[in-house]
Each structure stands twice: as C-alpha cells, then as structure tokens.
Design a protein around this ligand. Structure first.
Ligand code: SF4
Ligand code: SF4
Length: 158
C-alpha cells in the first residue's frame, strides 16, 4: 500500500533533478555561466542563481565551479520558482545573439552595460515596472557588467 502511494506520488508530481547553488560557498566568479547552454544561471546580488524551471539537470555547470558550490536537489515545481529577491535578474544568461531583458531594476533608472575595460557599450532606461530590453546583438562574445544604480550583475554574451 505504501509502495503504491509513492508510485502514485511519483506519477503525479513533476519531479526532476535540478542543480542549485550553495550561497555560503559561491564567490560570484561567474565561471558556471559558461557551463550552462540552457541560460539557467544568473549572477544575482553577487551569487550565482539557477532557475529550476530552466535547469535540465545535466550537471555540466558543476565542472565549471572551482568552489564545489553547485549540488543536485529534487525539484517538484509545486512550490513555484523561488526567484532571488531585491536584485537585478536577466531573462537569460548566457545571452545568445539578440536582446536581453533586464528585470528588477528601480523604476526609471538608467542601466549601463560595461565591457571588460569599464566602458559603457550600451544603455537604456528602465520602465516604471523596473524592466527594460537592450539590444546586445552587435556586442562581441564575452562577459559584461550590467549596472543599475548600486546594483550590478555579470552577463555572458555568446
Ligand atoms: S545542471 Fe545543466 S541546465 Fe542546470 S544549471 Fe547546470 S548546466 Fe545549466
Ligand atoms: S562557478 Fe561556483 S563560485 Fe563561481 S559563480 Fe558559479 S557557483 Fe559561484
């Protein structure tokens, strides 16, 4: 009977393995961004964050982390996606050629994208919802900093 219960649970829950980040170990180096082709990893508030809805559980990012900060957990989806609060986030990271949507910005704040030399390569103004879309299609592949007021995160354009 108990076995049957667990079998029924397994059939009804959208259970899957995903990977998550131990914030006490993560130093925000951003290496893991290069390991994820699903765009599931963002750097938010100085730490990596993996969107469980996008993560396929392939485990590739683990090999890119020098601090052993990424580990596997069961994700049922029933709690919904717990997004990091109070920080910038991106629609996808790494960003494939095209545009990137930046979320969680203070309304009407200017957002800059800086290259490795600290030069602003593009910029725009967040809307009253704290969102904006920036064209990154002409940027060479590489890492860039997205800066909005006091907050910053790293994006990889691929
Ligand atoms: S496990 Fe795979 S899909 Fe999930 S974050 Fe790591 S590299 Fe991306
Ligand atoms: S590679 Fe590891 S330490 Fe670096 S940002 Fe990713 S999880 Fe954090």
């Amino acid at each position: 009977m108990i076995k049957l219960f667990f079998i029924l649970m397994a059939l009804t829950l959208p259970l899957k393995w995903v990977y998550t980040v131990d914030e006490t170990k993560c130093n925000g180096c951003g290496n893991c961004l290069y390991g994820c082709s699903e765009g599931a990893i963002s750097l938010v508030g100085g730490d990596a964050w993996i969107d469980p809805e996008l993560c396929t559980g392939c485990g590739n990012c683990v090999y890119f982390c020098p601090r052993d900060a990424i580990y596997r957990v069961w994700y049922t989806g029933v709690e919904g996606v717990e997004e990091p609060s109070g920080g910038l986030s991106l629609s996808a990271n790494p960003v494939a050629a095209g545009s990137v949507v930046i979320l969680g910005v203070e309304p009407c704040t200017e957002v800059l994208i800086l290259d490795g030399f600290g030069r602003a390569v593009t910029h725009g103004l967040a809307d009253p919802e704290g969102t904006l879309e920036l064209d990154v299609s002409r940027l060479p592949a590489g890492s860039y900093r997205v800066v909005a007021g006091e907050e910053a995160l790293v994006i990889s354009v691929i």
